[in-house]
Design a protein around this ligand. Structure first.
Ligand SMILES: [Fe+2]
Length: 188
């Protein structure tokens, strides 16, 4: 059973993305939490909360980061650094308002602030689950709309990056067929 706090965070994520006109992205977040649990059945609340909220910055994206995404590219630290940091701050604010324990708030912050690049074992777990959920849910969008927007090469870069960053063998195994199929469909 998910905790009450987890449910509050999930609702916050749903509301935020719905208000931002990005409700179609919600599935990816819920499935990231699902994959954290698959990869580590005894995952604690902080891991599940971080998984569902990892991309919360996207619901509150500022113009400067929107521009950076185009100039630096989505696989560049100049872009994903602030993406991680701002997301960590937004979820910290929300958790504090809910009266969450400081220890949990700190742990969620630590996890969200490295969800793209990973680091320690727990940060890697959220990153890996994000990648699995990405290949499960987002590839179609990348192979259609995104190609028109940014071109084939950048889509290939994103797919490679999302796959190659995976740390655990299990997550790689789950993801590999989706990754290979996507690359084939891309024409490589
Ligand atoms: Fe994500």
């Amino acid at each position: 059973m998910p905790s009450k706090l987890y449910q509050q965070v999930e609702e916050f994520v749903e509301d935020s993305f719905t208000k931002a006109g990005k409700a179609h992205q919600i599935k990816h977040f819920k499935r990231t939490a699902y994959w954290v649990k698959q990869l580590r059945p005894d995952a604690d609340d902080a891991l599940l909360i971080s998984a569902v909220a990892h991309d919360i910055e996207r619901a509150y994206r500022q113009k400067d980061l929107l521009e950076k995404k185009h100039t630096a590219g989505f696989t560049h630290k100049e872009f994903f650094g602030p993406h991680q940091d701002r997301g960590a701050e937004i979820i910290e604010d929300f958790l504090k308002k809910q009266g969450a324990a400081q220890e949990l708030v700190d742990r969620v912050k630590m996890l969200v602030s490295k969800h793209e690049e990973g680091g320690n074992e727990d940060q890697n777990l959220v990153k890996d689950a994000d990648s699995v959920s990405f290949f499960e849910n987002n590839v179609e969008h990348f192979l259609t709309d995104k190609i028109d927007e940014v071109g084939k090469e950048k889509v290939k870069m994103k797919l490679d990056w999302m796959f190659n960053r995976i740390s655990s063998e299990k997550a790689k195994q789950i993801t590999r067929p989706w990754y290979e199929q996507a690359i084939k469909r891309l024409g490589y």
